[in-house]
Structure formats: C-alpha cells, structure tokens
Design a protein around this ligand. Structure first.
Ligand SMILES: Cc1cc2nc3c(=O)[nH]c(=O)nc-3n(C[C@H](O)[C@H](O)[C@H](O)COP(=O)(O)O)c2cc1C
Length: 308
C-alpha cells in the first residue's frame, strides 16, 4: 500500500487561543513549569499550566499527601503554593524562557481572592489564566459544585483581566452542564474538563487513610471514562463551548478519544510523574494516526464519534 500523503498539522484552536499542539501540560503536574523544563520538552506542548497560586502562601496538608492506588493515584496536597506575590517576583521572570506559552492557574477560598490573584498574575507574562474551581470556599463548599459560586468567581476574574480565561471544572459536579454553562455565561473562554475525582483509600495494616486529609483527588487512567462522560455531556448540551479535556491521558489514542467526544485540546497530568517525556510518543503516534486516517487537522474529527 502506498503511504498516505496527508500533510498533518497539530494546530488547534481553543476559543480565542491558537495552539501549535493539542497537548497541554496540566496544572500541578509539571510544578511551576520552570523547574520541570529540564525533564519535560515543552516545545511539544501547545501550552503548559503552572501549579495553582493563591492570594497568600498555602502550606498544604501534612504528609502523606500522595499515594499510588491499584490504578492511578490519590493526592491531597492541599494546593501548597508560595502565593501570587512570590510567583510574580521569583517564578514569572523565568517563564519567557519556557518553550511553550505558560498559563497561570489561580485558586482562592473566596471570590475577592480569585480576583486579586487574577489581577496580579495577569501582569506576569502568562498567556492565559485557568481558574481552578475545584477548591472549597470558606464554608467548605467546592466552587465547582455550585452554579452561583462558579458564576461569581468567573465573573469576578473576567472583570479584572482581558486575558483568555479557562474555567476548570470538577468531574464530581452532577449534572455538570449547568456549572459549565454558568462558567461560559460569566465570561470563560473555554472549559477545562476536568480536575481530579474526589476519592480516598485506607491501608488495612495500619488502618490509616493513605492521605492525611482522608479525602483527596483521584487521577490517572481510571478517571478517563468519568472525564469522558463529562466531555460528552458538555459537548452535547453546549456545542459552542470550547473544551480542554483532562483526565487519564497517557497515549495518542486517548487524545483522539477526547477529540472525537468533542474536545478541542487535551491536557496531560498524572502521566508526567511516571513518564515526564510522555508527550514525545503521544505526538509521534498522533501524527501516525492522522496520516493513516487521512486527517489533516484534528478539528476535522472534533465531536465526530459514530453513535450506534
Ligand atoms: C499531584 C497533583 C497536583 C495537582 N495540582 C493541581 C493544581 O494545582 N491545580 C489544578 O487545577 N489541578 C491540579 N491537579 C489536577 C490535574 O491538573 C488534572 O486535572 C487531574 O490530575 C486529572 O488529569 P490526569 O488524570 O491526567 O492526572 C493536580 C493533580 C495531581 C495529580
């Protein structure tokens, strides 16, 4: 058989943002981005998202705060971060040297906190801002599980910056579409679908939870079908909402799966811990798939899964 002559390009558009690759490094899985540039080849990514930063330094939870499970991992780090002022003075001066556009990720316990961090991080050279809504507010309610809180956070951030904005949802929101709709209506340019699934595990020998905080975020291969369901729901209900799918990606097939489900781009998270160079193989295999299937751009197959 003659080899396919399809010229493939990996360019994608996520709302107002053009990316040279559909691969995005997910928040918190490549540190602040800067310290990972020796091990991760960011030139293979369309964007790299930094670990979430808050208005003030957060110490995070005590150890243990990361635990492997049979499939995937649990983390209960508590979003340890140095705070936005330290980010601005010590980290952001280095992001211009990163081989991908860097997106800042913001988190806070109240609405004003989100706006404060957004206002400060917007001036640090980040190409876009991701709003991490999967964090509890002062009453202990995660923003991403509540339509009104989601609306208020996204609107407050939209008010202080013109930068492209992604709203990162929780797969625990059920139904998820009203939250997605609220985020888009309040000014988000795209949805990141999604953060970790809430989970927990207990060691039968010590009888102690694997995480000091008992409940944490579950991520990796096993969450992919859950995240996939979220992407499918949102793509069906809000066909105009751009989607960055995020959950359990470690292979080019997973990227294609998400694009077929309706995503525009795909973020890689937990896979970085075992294989920091995972994007190399994904990029190669993705191009091979596209050539074989005569797909010249991924937008051609967006949402193009065949129903039974
Ligand atoms: C150790 C760890 C730290 C994370 N930190 C953040 C974070 O700071 N902000 C955020 O929005 N998501 C954070 N996440 C969630 C990931 O960005 C991603 O949404 C999630 O892990 C699902 O994707 P995956 O299955 O590919 O890991 C973190 C995940 C892990 C495993």
């Amino acid at each position: 058989m003659r080899p396919s002559r399809t010229a493939v390009n990996l360019n994608v558009e996520v709302g107002p943002v053009a990316l040279r690759s559909p691969l995005i490094a997910a928040a918190g899985t490549v540190g602040s981005v800067v310290e990972f540039q020796q091990v991760v080849d960011f030139s293979l990514y369309g964007a790299a998202v930094a670990k979430s930063v808050a208005p003030v330094p957060w110490e995070g939870r005590i150890a243990p705060r990361i635990a492997p499970t049979d499939v995937g991992m649990l983390n209960g780090i508590g979003i340890q971060n140095p705070g936005v002022d330290v980010w601005a003075t010590q980290v952001s001066p280095h992001i211009a040297a990163i081989a991908a556009p860097v997106w800042g990720s913001i988190v806070a316990h109240d609405i004003d906190g989100f706006a404060e961090v957004a206002g400060k991080i917007a001036d640090t050279g980040v190409a876009a801002i991701e709003i991490n809504l999967s964090c509890p507010n002062l009453d202990g309610r995660p923003f991403a599980l509540d339509v009104d809180l989601t609306t208020q956070v996204v609107a407050s951030v939209r008010e202080v910056t013109d930068l492209p904005l992604g709203a990162k949802l929780s797969p625990d929101a059920m139904p998820i579409t009203p939250i997605a709709d609220a985020a888009m209506s309040a000014g988000a340019d795209w949805l990141v679908v999604a953060n970790t699934v809430m989970g927990a595990a207990i060691d039968p020998e010590t009888r102690r939870p694997l995480l000091s905080g008992l409940i944490g975020g579950y991520s990796g291969a096993a969450v992919r079908p859950i995240t996939m369901r979220c992407v499918l729901n949102i793509a069906a209900d809000l066909p105009d909402a751009p989607i960055v799918a995020c959950g359990g990606v470690s292979d080019a097939r997973h990227v294609v799966e998400y694009i077929l489900a309706g995503a525009d781009a795909v973020a890689i998270g937990t896979a970085h811990f075992a294989k920091p160079k995972v994007a190399q193989r994904i990029t190669k295999d993705l191009k091979t798939y596209m050539k074989k299937q005569s797909v010249s751009a991924l937008s051609e197959i967006k949402g193009a899964f065949e129903p039974w």
